[in-house]
Design a binder for this molecule. Structure first.
Ligand code: KG4
Ligand code: ZN
Length: 334
């Protein structure tokens, strides 16, 4: 019997139907309205989720060739994320589960990014190291069990994607900036400007991206408007290389400290070509398996939530009726 999964933690309204580890459908509706504000506006996101939840659910059920009556459990992202956005998904899930007294599975969003790797085809078995880098999160997850992960390091300030989006904005690119920055960077010289090697003296596995952003502000200020405009490709290439360098350095350091037979990536930044290449090279040098899921399973999606739900305790009816979403999660094991 299929499981229905719902994800609304940020600006993507997502629904998926799974049969075990097989994805029967995975529908993602990305909200484009935020581009004109240069970032995600929480209240705008919540309102769009309200409008999109039912059409996206309908599409996911239709694509899976099933109906609500055949669904036997409902999984939903409970957090972390934007609280208003999460509440739309959670309320929708409760409204679907409660009338038929189905179990509800409240799922951790970051566990979802890890669990994207458990899906068919070619499910990855723990243990492995997972680098999650998105607009909201950047962390290294040590995965020894399907049911959770240990946070080995995380960003102390901006997420990698957040820094990339801000840099892209400074260079006059649209939102989200990652794909455009990558395109522009491909025509630039990554060595033309020197960006600080962030956290290079820090022996730990945490990340920091705010210094890179400040470095870009100062470089642009010194160059002046017209020179900045002429050198945009070099600036994009240098910034991107500095982000990738930090991510890969910390990943390499985490591999030095543990016996990890495989590496996986998650989050929107994992779609970045130079990052994938650099991680691939690192894994090849060390004889480690590099698991790459498709881009649609790296960015926010509901299939990954359904996958995490398979390893999360369900709440029986009516226990979940007063269950609440959470905006932030605890540091450490999840
Ligand atoms: O996981 P995601 O879709 O949503 C959350 O933030 O949870 O990640 C979005 C982030 C944005 O910051 C976006 O600019 C970045 O992923 N991104 C990229 C690329 N595609 C998306 N960053 C670098 N290179 C890309 N090709
Ligand atoms: Zn995410």
């Amino acid at each position: 019997m299929p499981l229905l999964a719902i994800e609304t933690s940020c600006d993507d309204t997502c629904a998926a139907v799974l049969d075990g580890a097989a994805v029967l459908s995975n529908v993602i509706s990305s909200q484009v309205d935020h581009a004109r504000y240069g970032g995600v506006v929480p209240e705008v996101a919540s309102r769009h989720h309200l409008e999109l939840a039912i059409p996206v659910l309908d599409a996911a059920l239709a694509e899976a060739g099933t109906g609500l009556g055949e669904i036997d459990s409902v999984a939903v992202t409970a957090g972390p994320g934007l609280i208003g956005a999460l509440l739309v998904g959670l309320s929708t899930a409760k409204a679907i589960a409660a009338p038929r007294e189905l179990p509800l599975i409240p799922t951790d969003h970051l566990h979802g990014h890890v669990a994207a790797n458990f899906l068919e085809p070619d499910p990855l078995e723990p243990p492995f190291l997972c680098l999650i880098a998105s607009g909201g999160h950047t962390l290294l997850a040590g995965v020894t069990d399907h049911r959770g992960f240990e946070v080995l390091g995380e960003t102390l300030d901006d997420a990698a994607g957040e820094a990339i989006d801000k840099a892209a904005r400074m260079l006059g690119l649209g939102f989200p900036g990652g794909p455009e920055l990558e395109r522009l960077a491909a025509t630039g010289d990554p060595g033309a400007f020197s960006f600080p090697v962030a956290m290079s003296r820090d022996p730990g596995l945490d990340f920091s991206f705010s210094g890179l952003k400040t470095a870009l502000v100062y470089i642009c200020r010194d160059l002046g408007e017209s020179e900045t405009d002429d050198r945009r490709a070099d600036l994009a290439a240098g910034f991107q290389a500095a982000v990738v360098d930090q991510l890969v350095t910390k990943l390499g350091r985490a591999l030095d400290r543990g016996d990890w037979p495989a590496v996986a990536l998650g989050g929107g930044v994992a779609a970045n070509g130079p990052l994938r290449l650099a991680v691939g090279k690192l894994c090849e040098e060390r004889g480690i398996h590099f698991k790459q899921v498709g881009r649609e399973l790296c960015t926010d999606n509901a299939a990954m939530i359904g996958s995490a739900a398979r390893f999360t305790d369900p709440l029986p009816y009516p226990q979940y009726l007063d269950f609440d979403a959470f905006a932030t999660g605890p540091r450490g094991s999840r």
